[in-house]
Design a protein around this ligand. Structure first.
Ligand code: IMP
Length: 201
């Protein structure tokens, strides 16, 4: 049972996949992890970097609540596409596209490229903000390669086309715990988790 005295930490995302991962990654901290209410207003991301977007999101949400806020801005950077989709990952090519179609469109763009030309990385920037002030920031990166075809069923987003080279498996073919241990979000969240015990609102 969740104790009423646990301080709450709002994860400012409407992406259920990110929320599940953040809950798991911050499970050992004293904080009760809560998500955005379903009627929370959308936030338009206009920054040119993950850091900028995460800061903007965190500050915006932190002015609407008394609870400390963590915002995640993350995405996939593909070298052969000049860094795209990057900060446009969530809405790349067509905002109304189903993610499966988006993944297949990326594979089509990379058709014919050799494995060494398919290098990519996930980046996650986390910002903790409280009442309009930034408290702490962390960033995690996970290097990998774009697969030749979609593989696996776990995870979300680009997971089925992101290969972890040392495993030769995609993020969608490994367990959530294995993904957390290697992922960009795992790295950034562990750094945040090591800061949180020393901080109180
Ligand atoms: P945003 O941070 O809300 O702008 O969205 C980031 C987008 O990047 C997500 O909608 C996903 O498409 C993608 N993304 C970020 N992290 C992951 C991940 O761990 N796996 C797969 N896709 C991800």
């Amino acid at each position: 049972m969740v104790s009423a005295s646990r301080p709450r930490l709002l994860i400012a995302t409407s992406n259920p996949g990110k929320l599940v991962e953040m809950r798991e990654l911050l499970a050992e901290t004293p904080w009760e992890i809560v998500g955005l209410p379903s009627d929370a207003p959308d936030f338009e991301e206009t920054g040119l970097t993950f850091a900028e977007n995460a800061r903007d999101k965190a500050l915006y949400r932190s002015l609407l609540t008394d609870v400390p806020v963590v915002a995640d801005d993350s995405g996939l950077v593909i070298d052969a596409l000049g860094g795209e989709p990057g900060v446009h990952s969530a809405r790349y090519l067509d905002p109304d596209m189903a993610q499966g179609d988006r993944n297949r469109a990326v594979l089509t763009k990379l058709a014919g490229l050799a494995p060494e030309e398919r290098t990519a990385r996930f980046i996650c920037h986390l910002v903790l903000a409280y009442r309009g002030e930034i408290v702490h920031e962390t960033e995690g990166t996970c290097e990998g390669r774009i697969a030749e075809e979609e593989r696996g069923r776990t995870g979300f987003g680009y997971d089925p086309i992101f290969l972890v080279p040392e495993l030769e498996l995609t993020f969608a073919e490994i367990s959530p715990a294995e993904k957390d241990a290697r992922s960009h979000r795992g790295e950034a969240a562990r750094a945040l988790a090591s800061f949180l015990p020393d901080w109180r609102p």
